[in-house]
Write a protein that binds this ligand. Structure first.
Ligand code: SAH
Length: 395
């Protein structure tokens, strides 16, 4: 126990409640001079061990807990076991997942902080977002190879948060060759995924089960799919008998793949609209034109990336939700999301309440949505539940 972090009096509360992050302000003393990513024991003010984690001297999040069990001996085997457990859990959940693309390791949710591993057929795409995960890259890759025998592994750590850990964003092949694009399946729908240049690791795997929900209400409906990306929600809706789907996104690259995805699923183009435009503008236009819909999906990008964006971000959510509610037919559904971790569920609900008041419509909550089963989060770490969704119906 030579490298250790001793917490200030009373600051063990969140660790005891299984919050996996220890901020620099909670630390009383650091002993043994741990370096970036080093394993450290975490002790309370009376020197009682609380568990162990990875040290990150560059970050405000100074320690990320890997084990809350002071009796769990640290050795690399511990990480191997966590990867195996996570993988087995996903195999067990395959009837909920019904896809050959899913998340195998979800960072803190699988007790490997900062590590994301997504599976696309037999290829793995990884993100190493903490210095602890980063310095163990070689070992982690060897575990993935031993357990899953992938055909190739690609790194998509090309994200800004790496700077906070003292790391540069980077990407590239980690094992064998990985194709630029793969064809994945969700139930009976196929999608092309650009593993090397697509968003995140290529696809919004976290929305899979919400796309599955949309299928159940799509038959015969006129659907507006805002922030469509490569067509995820829209193509599921068309496959289950939606009358027409209008997709809006501002990314040419995403819309080009959307067109290919329509073809891939033999969906005729005559009941599909593809509009490259700012969603805010189109919603205003449809409001003026009185262009009404039975179902509207609002799945915007993260409007609030840091606290300085909070005010504007909340205004953005309010605006699109008000407009969307304005152009729903009576009995119509709104599936609305926020993936901003800094906007909690109750704040998000309050925004929607205000949108409903502004648009003078009576609204019921039909269902609350979140990420799918392959995106677990620790019970004591609710801010990791970043994706919040509501299915609302206009009465
Ligand atoms: N629903 C999608 C994921 C949406 S991601 C799925 O299930 O796959 C958010 C998308 O919004 C991105 O494709 C991005 O290009 C697009 N986007 C961001 N801001 C936009 C804006 N103001 N107008 C139109 N599209 C926007």
């Amino acid at each position: 126990m030579n490298k250790r972090v001793i917490l200030k009096k009373g600051r063990d509360f969140s660790v005891i409640h299984r919050h996996p992050w220890i901020y620099s302000g909670a630390i009383y003393r650091v002993v043994g001079g741990p370096g970036p990513g080093d394993l450290v024991w975490v002790l309370d003010f009376k020197n009682e061990p609380l568990g162990w984690g990875w040290y990150s001297p560059a970050s405000q999040i100074r320690v990320r807990m890997v084990s809350f069990d002071p009796n769990e001996k640290y050795h690399e085997e511990a990480i191997f076991n966590r990867i195996r457990q996570a993988y087995n859990a996903r195999l067990e959940q395959k009837f909920a997942i019904e896809s050959n693309a899913y998340r195998i390791i979800n960072s803190e949710g699988d007790d490997i902080p900062g590590l994301i591993v997504d599976r696309y057929l037999d290829y793995l795409v990884c993100q190493f977002l903490s210095v602890g995960a980063h310095i163990r890259q070689e070992f982690i890759i060897s575990c993935l190879k031993e357990l899953m025998h992938p055909l190739g592994i690609y790194e998509r750590s090309d994200v800004e948060v790496r700077y906070k850990e003292g790391l540069e964003p980077c990407r590239g092949e980690l094992y064998k060759k990985v194709p630029n694009r793969v064809k994945i399946r969700e139930k009976d729908v196929f999608f092309l995924v650009d593993l090397k240049n697509g968003h995140k690791t290529g696809f919004y795997l976290d929305q899979r089960e919400n796309r599955y929900f949309l299928r159940k209400i799509s038959k015969g409906k006129k659907v507006l799919n805002c922030f469509s990306y490569t067509g995820g929600f829209g193509i599921h809706a068309l496959k289950k008998g939606a009358l027409e789907v209008c997709n809006i996104d501002r990314s040419i690259h995403a819309l080009d793949i959307l067109k290919e995805n329509l073809e891939l699923n033999s969906i005729p183009r005559d009941n599909t609209q593809i509009i490259r435009e700012n969603v805010f503008k189109v919603l205003d236009l449809y409001y003026r034109e009185k262009n009404f819909f039975d179902i509207i999906i609002l799945d915007p990008p993260k409007f609030v990336k840091n606290t300085s964006q909070l005010k504007n971000g909340l205004r953005g959510y309010k605006k699109i939700n008000t407009r969307a509610i304005n152009i729903l037919r009576p009995g119509g559904y709104l599936m609305t999301f926020s993936c901003s971790g800094l906007v909690d569920k109750s704040t998000f609900k309050k925004i929607i309440i205000n949108s409903a008041i502004d648009s003078c419509r009576d609204i019921k909550v039909i269902k609350e949505l979140s990420m799918g089963v392959d995106h677990p989060y620790p019970l004591g770490f609710s801010s990791a539940m970043y994706l919040k969704g509501l299915v609302l119906q206009v009465v």
